[in-house]
Design a protein around this ligand. Structure first.
Ligand code: FDA
Length: 311
């Protein structure tokens, strides 16, 4: 993993920058490339435009690692508001959230209860909730809580990160247990080699392998439905070819991408008849999200620095 990427991911949890950077108009401008806006209304406008182009959405109210029960309740209530607004606007759009936003660091029971409120409301409204995957310190607890929620709710899915060495075993077990509603991605955090693949090609191969596992006939019979979350054509074309070769219909899976990234690819897959879901973040807590996006592509950092300090 290049040093710049490691440094940017480390900076994503820097409190000083988290408070200072959002005050600069230039950094807000750069954030707008990846974030739909600061309010739910902005996100709804963005999703409506995506729907009009044949793309579905998943709204993410930005925020992570809340430090009080009140903050977790506010995050929960924002998701309840988002679900009601999606329904009222008749949008094709799920929601994505982080368990640390729902209070996982404070009290697991509180987090579970907040999730139940959201999942109950989402079920009433015919919607679906995706649990994002955070850094490795949270993986075990996130999977455990997801499994617990699956005992009562069908409308919940989880994210698995292909860079983690454990992920093949996790996917095997989730699929075998009939809870394979999986978003599969490479992974956005900086994890040590003891637990994560660091070479780019190895991570790509791991993502391809996880997709094959979730697309196997036995997996699909057990309800597995993978969202292939990648902008990498080596992954996307592999999945398309694999599905074609084995007669797996496009309705058995979907592609997922991030708001503002590879828009032509998003549109071209939708035109070819694939379901493409765009992750649409909004809110004022965009700093860590922006840092992870900058870390993924050095050219983004150059763009960001130019915007901050001028050409
Ligand atoms: P890769 O990084 O190799 O990028 C392939 C190509 O896509 C690049 O060459 C470039 O053209 C373009 N690209 C990728 N990232 C870009 C960027 N930031 N700016 C501009 N161009 C870019 N991670 C996680 O740990 N937990 C999670 O819950 C999620 N959730 C999630 C949801 C969705 C819908 C997506 C698409 C991704 C995530 N991720 C995530 C992030 C994921 O783990 C990964 O970091 C990014 O998707 C980048 O990996 P790619 O597979 O796109 O490949």
């Amino acid at each position: 993993m290049p040093a710049t990427r490691t440094a940017l991911i480390a900076l994503s949890s820097n409190q000083y920058l988290q408070n200072a950077l959002p005050r600069f108009p230039a950094s807000r401008r750069v954030a707008r490339r990846f974030v739909a806006g600061e309010g739910l209304e902005d996100a709804i406008v963005a999703v409506r435009a995506l729907n009009a182009r044949g793309l579905c959405g998943s709204l993410d109210h930005l925020g992570e690692n809340v430090t009080s029960e009140a903050e977790a309740a506010a995050a929960r209530d924002e998701y309840l508001r988002a679900l009601a607004t999606i329904k009222a606007a008749a949008l094709d759009c799920h929601v994505s959230l982080k368990l640390t936003q729902m209070g996982l660091d404070l009290d697991e029971e509180l987090c579970y209860e907040n999730m139940c409120r959201i999942l109950h409301e989402a079920a009433e409204l015919g919607n679906f909730v995706r649990i994002d995957m955070e850094g490795s310190a949270y993986v075990e607890r996130t999977i455990a809580l997801y499994r617990r929620l699956c005992l009562a709710y069908q409308n919940v899915g989880i994210v698995i990160q292909a860079y983690l060495r454990r992920s093949q075993a996790d996917v095997d077990r989730l699929v075998a247990d009939g809870v394979g509603r999986l978003r599969l991605c490479k992974g956005a955090y900086d994890e040590p080699p003891a637990i994560a693949y660091r070479a780019r090609e190895r991570v790509t191969r791991s993502l391809q392998e996880l997709a094959c596992t979730a697309l196997a006939p036995g997996a699909r019979e057990r309800g597995a439905y993978p969202g292939i979350a990648s902008h990498d054509e080596a992954v996307i074309n592999f999945v398309r070819a694999y599905a074609y070769q084995w007669g797996i219909p496009p309705s058995a899976y979907e592609f997922q991408m991030l708001y503002g990234i590879r828009r032509e690819l998003q549109a071209s897959l939708a035109r070819k008849g694939y379901k493409v879901r765009i992750y649409v973040p909004y809110g004022t807590h965009w700093y860590p999200y922006l840092m992870r996006r900058l870390a993924e592509r050095p050219a983004n950092l150059a763009f960001f620095l130019r915007a901050l300090f001028g050409d």
